[in-house]
Design a protein around this ligand. Structure first.
Ligand SMILES: Cc1cc2nc3c(=O)[nH]c(=O)nc-3n(C[C@H](O)[C@H](O)[C@H](O)COP(=O)(O)OP(=O)(O)OC[C@H]3O[C@@H](n4cnc5c(N)ncnc54)[C@H](O)[C@@H]3O)c2cc1C
Length: 378
């Protein structure tokens, strides 16, 4: 292999994880080539809520990683002039069981997290103009969440990194083969590097089909909606069903009872893995979701009744006048089935897989790259 003064790295995929590893490798002195098969990234990184969501991460390594990512996001957004908003988040609690979970969460977590508060009904109504008064008992407020418009951010960051660091993005360039310290593109060009990092998200099967089949992974398929602009300005929102979706709430004393309650009272929502997240972008549009369906194959057809279940729940918790949908789409992400927080593995000499933040890639990727880079480059 050719030895140059500046070590070379190759990253496959220009989603948030590819961007995070490219940035981190460049900061360690590597010249980085990033290969992205599409003209612009179109994977999960542009299909999400743009929520940097530390509140969903369990206290300890992952919460600290989320907070580290958050600082990197803020610094990067400021430098690259990318819109971002420190909104904090409200989880609206609609019944005594959810309020009890809120109390248990505050009791257990207040010392481990920044800016947590349990709001009563009047405080919640005062803070949130769009909440449905008859269906609110209170809310968990967290001060750490920020929103980016991921469609904008994921497309602007490559230009900024190209200008400011030793990183070159090769768009419309699919990698079709990976060998030790080497890749081959669809145009039959080969590139060599000391290290190759595969960040191609849920499409790992394209490069390593047998490895993909035998690894403890599944793919989560989600339905999402975006509204037309609304008049109110709102922070990032979620509601009771989110207790069943984030590891931060694991093992709360009343969680098992709540899960039974949800199965009895929201059986279709439970079946489709629906909870409610709402983020607002700089055009005052809302991104609304989501559902979760798991498996290695997913049909491309959006199911109207699932969208309707998401909107029914939204309309129970919030009262947003003249809400009209402007867009609907699906997204997918690779999810680890072995409960690990990341998947970092050298699968051939000098070839690493970096994957696994699942439904929290926007929240965790920058911190994950910082925390794991030494495994790859020593
Ligand atoms: C609907 C939805 C909502 C979500 N909401 C949030 C949220 O609000 N907050 C949060 O923290 N997380 C959220 N997530 C999770 C987050 O979006 C993902 O964890 C993250 O985007 C994964 O990033 P990635 O770079 O691994 O994958 P991707 O963004 O999918 O990027 C992989 C890239 O690799 C490219 N590629 C694939 N194969 C090749 C090849 N052979 N050659 C070259 N290029 C290739 C693809 O084109 C793609 O651009 C959400 C996910 C979804 C689907």
């Amino acid at each position: 292999m050719k030895i140059s003064s500046q070590p070379k790295a190759i990253v496959v995929g220009a989603g948030i994880l590819g961007i995070a590893y490219a940035k981190t490798l460049a900061a360690r002195g590597y010249h980085v080539d990033v290969f992205e098969k599409s003209e612009k990234a179109v994977g999960s990184s542009i299909r999400n809520f743009g929520m940097i969501w530390p509140i969903g991460q369990p206290a300890g390594t992952l919460y600290d990683r989320a907070i580290k990512s958050r600082s990197i996001w803020i610094e990067l957004c400021k430098s690259a002039k990318i819109w971002h908003k420190k909104t904090g988040s409200f989880q609206v609690l609609s019944n005594p069981l959810e309020f009890e979970l809120g109390k248990e969460f505050l009791e257990r977590e207040s010392n481990h997290r920044e800016g947590l508060q349990l709001l009563d009904k009047s405080e919640t109504l005062a803070a949130l103009s769009i909440v449905n008064k008859s269906n609110t008992m209170g809310a968990i407020y967290s001060g750490t969440e920020i929103i980016v418009e991921s469609r904008e951010a994921i497309r602007v960051i490559p230009d900024f990194l190209t200008e400011t660091q030793a990183i070159k993005f090769h768009f419309s360039t699919a990698v079709v083969e990976v060998m030790p310290n080497k890749i081959r593109t669809a145009m039959n060009k080969t590139y060599e590097a000391e290290i190759v990092v595969i960040c191609n998200g849920y499409e790992l099967n394209l490069l390593y089909p047998s490895f993909f089949k035998t690894s403890p992974i599944t793919i989560s398929h989600l339905q999402m909606l975006r509204s037309e602009r609304i008049t109110a300005t709102i922070p990032a929102l979620c509601a009771g069903l989110s207790f069943l979706h984030y590891k931060s709430y694991d093992k709360l004393p009343s969680l098992a009872i709540y899960e039974h309650w949800v199965k009895d009272n929201y059986p279709k929502h439970f079946f489709h893995g629906i909870h409610l997240l709402v983020s607002q972008n700089y055009q005052n549009q809302l991104t609304i979701g989501d559902s979760h369906d798991y498996g290695l194959h997913h049909d491309p057809f959006q199911i109207e009744s699932v969208d309707q279940l998401i909107l029914d729940y939204l309309n129970e918790i919030f009262d947003i006048p003249d809400l009209k949908m402007a867009q609907r789409w699906t997204g997918q992400y690779l999810k680890l089935k072995n409960n690990s927080s990341e998947w970092i593995q050298e699968i051939e000499n000098g070839v690493w897989v970096a994957n696994g933040p699942g439904g929290a890639g926007m929240t965790l990727s920058f911190g994950m790259a910082e925390d794991t880079i030494s495994q790859m480059i020593g």
